[in-house]
Design a protein around this ligand. Structure first.
Ligand code: SAM
Length: 251
């Protein structure tokens, strides 16, 4: 879809053109970093739902730089193709699918990420509860991948929509991170329900074993039926699966 004249008047749209960013979204990540220094000391990053690639561009410019640090590893994932970027390994895949999670994990063989960012957005229907549920599924998938690839103490940033369940989301994420806050960079349009959850200091529950959960919950019997201690610990964090709601269907 072409840009409307309203978009073209937008300061960040124009600035993105001038500075060569693929999308105005670049400024959201830049502003989150300027305020919270999420890039400090970061060498390994996963950018989930990355196309057309403005966040990956930010990572390429700010973290990969001239490519002189061999420890830097940036992995970007999206269901859509995106043009190549210096220092960014791309995976074309759906983050809600187990095989994509496994592919990402395989890139971090023996090492873990310092930072995982996710700007995923489902196709918007305009029906708030359904959109919120779709967004929640993406966050769950991102968190699934995060529990396999983020180092203890690492940072996770994900887009979410403002909704009734923000306090539920907050408590669920607090199971995994010491600090959780919601941030809205000034480049995110005021009229938009978009927010970003900033989770710092990854610290999963003691003895928690990451497992790849099917976010559609079609195959979740194993989460319900087992009774040994490990399953119990993992079951304690299962409420995360229930984020989002479909109560709008009955309205
Ligand atoms: N951060 C990007 C940037 O700065 O260019 C913009 C991301 S865009 C708002 C949202 C992206 O989420 C789209 O490219 C879409 O293809 C991707 N997406 C949505 N669902 C996805 C899924 N299940 N798996 C992977 N990518 C997905």
């Amino acid at each position: 879809m072409g840009k409307s004249s309203k978009d073209k008047r937008d300061i960040y749209y124009r600035k993105a053109k001038e500075e060569g960013w693929r999308a105005r979204s670049a400024f959201k990540l830049i502003q989150i970093d300027e305020t919270y220094q999420i890039f400090d000391g970061v060498k390994r990053v996963v950018d989930l739902c990355a196309a057309p690639g403005s966040w990956s561009q930010v990572l390429s410019r700010r973290i990969y730089g001239d490519g002189s640090d061999p420890q830097v590893k940036i992995v970007a994932v999206d269901i859509q193709e995106m043009a190549p970027l210096k220092g960014v390994v791309q995976i074309k895949g759906d983050i809600t699918k187990l095989e994509t999670a496994q592919q990402i994990i395989s890139h971090f063989d023996g090492g873990l990420a310092d930072l995982i960012i996710s700007d995923g957005a489902p196709d918007v229907t305009g029906l708030h509860d359904i959109d919120f549920y779709g967004q929640s599924q993406l966050i769950l998938s991102a968190l699934n991948i995060t529990t396999h690839t983020l180092k203890i103490g690492g940072t996770f940033v994900a887009k979410m929509f403002k909704g009734d369940d923000m306090s539920l989301m907050f408590s669920q994420l607090k199971l995994f991170f010491k600090h959780v806050s919601f941030v809205k960079p000034k480049s995110s349009r005021e009229s938009s329900l978009e927010n970003f959850v900033l989770c710092r200091d990854y610290c999963p529950p003691q003895n928690y074993q990451p497992e790849i959960i099917d976010p559609s919950l079609e195959n979740h019997d194993h989460l319900v039926n087992k009774s040994n201690e490990q399953d119990y610990i993992n079951k304690l964090v299962v409420p995360f699966v229930a984020i989002g709601d479909l109560k709008g269907f009955d309205k």
